[in-house]
Each structure stands twice: as structure tokens, then as C-alpha cells.
Design a protein around this ligand. Structure first.
Ligand code: FAD
Length: 324
């Protein structure tokens, strides 16, 4: 019997989020001949975004476009997602979302309403025989758990940057607009205050992250890291030590109580490598540590280490990368 795979897609400023394209790739990996793929897009004035999405979806694109969905509001987005799922001809086998602020909010609501299982923060998917297993890190990345979903619908959130994105050339999806009747919201957004705290690249999706700790010593010190990140097309992150010291905004915090990142390259500058920090970055593909203390624990997880003063090393690196 054919199965239906659903991806709840996120967009930001009209652009599809990379992790949603990775979720579409995951769905493509899992589906067999005859299985259906549906992408659900929620928002307002989504025509261009939906057209772009359709280029990545070999199936249907359900678009719930409504002024009330302009900004993310949990109960409205949840209701819109439920109405989209109700429009499907059969129960989905799997609903995939990004392990983002929105995905982490929406997925458990859906799992509760659909009375189904959820596997969060998945970093790898393996298809073996007729089963699918999902890998997720535990204990700040010190252990990995392999989990399976029982029969019926299941929900999975995917950690960004662990799978390739769906190929845009391979698909031509059908766009299906859906009517949306919003419920009376429990809260009303009066005003959005957006404080731009980091550069052009989204920290959780950046391929390269240059991160600073208490060793950076001041807000001014972070400018040196921003220059390196700019020269590499990366984003700037921070340890909680640096945030607590007021050197940068908490939006940059990486770790157990901050963001989780899995870039191709993570450059830790003046960060000691506390377990709570490692929880947010130890799955990075290549870790480079710059620290003047050769005994700093960060060197235990680093692939490359530079023992030295970051204020000497980082500008030298920036200079070299600018020449590439
Ligand atoms: P430090 O530990 O002070 O390290 C500074 C490093 O800079 C040192 O290794 C030093 O050798 C080096 N250094 C100094 N000057 C230079 C220089 N000029 N050049 C090169 N190196 C230099 N932390 C997080 O990061 N993220 C979290 O999400 C998080 N959550 C937490 C949750 C809980 C419940 C608790 C209790 C703690 C949490 N922490 C978190 C805090 C964590 O335990 C550490 O205190 C914090 O990560 C330390 O930050 P740091 O490495 O920047 O500072």
C-alpha cells in the first residue's frame, strides 16, 4: 500500500529554509515507488515561495496563505497545519519538520493531537530492510540513540545541516491552495521588534561558524571574529561565557541552553570547551580551536588546534582567506 510523506516547510523573508529542503531530501530517500510526497507551506503572500518550493517537490504543495499566518503564532500555525493534514486523502506515514524554533514548537502539538510518536533532533536516517531507523544524539553528543517508529503516523524533526538539500531540478510539484479558517487566537501580536544581531547568514544553518568565548574579552573583540566570519561567508556564534559577560547577544549562544549548530567548520576562539558548550557544537564536521591554554578541554574535541592568542591568530587567518 502506498504511503504519504509530509514535510512542513518553513520560509524566512520569502526564502525557503535550508533545513526544509533537507527534510524534503529525507522524504525522497524514504519514499518508494508509488508513495506520495506533500509539502505544506504556511504563511502569507507566499506565491513566489510556493513556486520555488514546487521546483523541489515531486508531489503536491499545499499552501495555506492567510494574513493571520504572516508571523508565527503557535495556535494558528498548528490549526493551519492540522487543516492541511485533514486535506490529505489518507493518514501520513511520516511528518517531517526542521528541528528549529518553529519545528520544536509545532511537532509536539501535532504529535499530541494526532496521538502519534515523535522523534526529535534526528541527525541520520537509515533504511534497513523494511524498517527505517533514526539516529539522534544524547547526553550532549556523547551517545547516539537509534529509534524506530511504530506503525501509523510518526513525526520527526531534523537537525539542520546533516543531510543534503533536495535537488531543485528533479521536481515539478503541483501547487494546491487551501482555504484557512483561523480560530480565535488566545494571544494577539501587537508589534514585532526585530533586533538584527548577527550578519547575513543564519547561525543554525551556516556552513561555517566562528564562535567566541570569554577569551574574546570585550564586545569590540568580537569584531575580529566578524571579519573572519565575513571572509568565509559564515556566521558568528558565542559561548554562554561571552554572552553572560555582555560581549554579545544571547541570540548567538551555542550550547545546551542555546542553539545547536552542525556546520561543516566550527572555529572556537577563546572558548574553554565546557560540556554545556560542546552540547551545541560537537557534531560539527570539522572543529578548529584557537586557545592560548594548551590544556583547554576544547582541544579534546578539536580536529585542528592552534595554541596561541586569538587576537594574533584570527586576523592572520582573515588576511589569508581574503586572498583566496
Ligand atoms: P571560559 O571557560 O572562561 O574560557 C575562556 C577560554 O578562553 C579559556 O580556555 C582561555 O584559555 C581562553 N583564552 C583567554 N584569552 C585568550 C586569548 N587571548 N586567545 C585565545 N584564548 C584565550 N555554556 C555555553 O557555552 N553554552 C550553553 O548553552 C551553556 N549552558 C549552560 C547551562 C547550565 C545549566 C550551566 C550550569 C552552564 C552552562 N554553560 C553554557 C556555561 C559553561 O559551563 C561554561 O561556563 C561556559 O561555556 C564557559 O564559556 P567560555 O568557554 O567562553 O569561558
Amino acid at each position: 500500500m502506498s504511503k504519504t510523506y509530509v514535510v512542513i516547510v518553513e520560509s524566512k523573508d520569502g526564502k525557503l529554509r535550508q533545513v526544509s529542503l533537507e527534510a524534503l531530501h529525507a522524504a525522497n530517500l524514504l519514499r518508494e515507488d508509488g508513495d506520495n510526497l506533500t509539502a505544506v507551506l504556511l504563511g502569507h503572500q507566499m506565491d513566489d515561495t510556493a513556486a520555488e518550493l514546487a521546483r523541489h517537490v515531486n508531489g503536491q504543495v499545499l499552501v495555506v496563505d492567510h494574513p493571520e499566518l504572516q508571523a508565527y503564532q503557535p495556535e494558528l500555525a498548528f490549526e493551519a497545519a492540522m487543516q492541511a493534514l485533514a486535506a490529505l486523502p489518507d493518514e501520513p506515514r511520516l511528518i517531517l519538520l526542521g528541528h528549529t524554533a518553529i519545528g520544536r514548537d509545532l511537532a509536539p502539538q501535532l504529535a499530541a493531537r494526532l496521538a502519534c510518536g515523535q522523534i526529535s533532533d534526528v541527525t541520520a536516517i537509515t533504511k534497513d530492510g523494511d524498517g527505517i531507523s533514526f539516529t539522534r544524539p544524547l547526553y550532549a553528543g556523547k551517545a547516539f540513540e537509534q529509534t524506530r517508529l511504530s506503525d501509523g503516523t510518526g513525526i520527526v524533526t531534523l537537525r539542520p545541516n546533516n543531510l543534503p538539500p533536495a535537488d531543485p531540478a528533479s521536481a515539478a510539484g503541483t501547487i494546491v491552495p487551501l482555504e484557512f479558517t483561523p480560530p480565535t487566537p488566545l494571544s494577539i501580536i501587537l508589534k514585532d521588534v526585530v533586533r538584527k544581531v548577527s550578519g547575513k547568514v543564519d547561525l543554525t544553518e551556516a556552513k561555517i561558524v566562528v564562535s567566541g568565548g570569554r577569551g574574546v574579552k570585550s564586545a569590540d573583540g568580537f569584531k575580529v571574529l566578524e571579519e573572519l566570519a565575513d571572509s568565509l561567508g559564515g556566521a558568528v556564534g558565542a559561548s554562554r561565557g561571552a554572552c553572560d559577560a555582555g560581549y554579545c547577544d544571547y541570540a548567538l549562544q551555542i550550547g545546551q541552553t542555546g542553539k545547536v549548530v552542525t556546520p561543516e567548520i566550527y572555529i572556537a576562539c577563546g572558548i574553554s570547551g565546557a560540556i554545556q558548550h560542546l552540547a551545541g557544537m560537537s557534531q560539527s564536521r570539522i572543529i578548529i580551536a584557537i586557545n592560548k591554554d594548551p590544556e583547554a578541554p576544547i582541544f579534546k574535541v578539536a580536529d585542528y588546534g592552534i595554541v596561541g592568542d586569538l587576537f594574533e591568530v584570527v586576523p592572520l587567518l582573515t588576511e589569508q582567506f581574503k586572498q583566496v
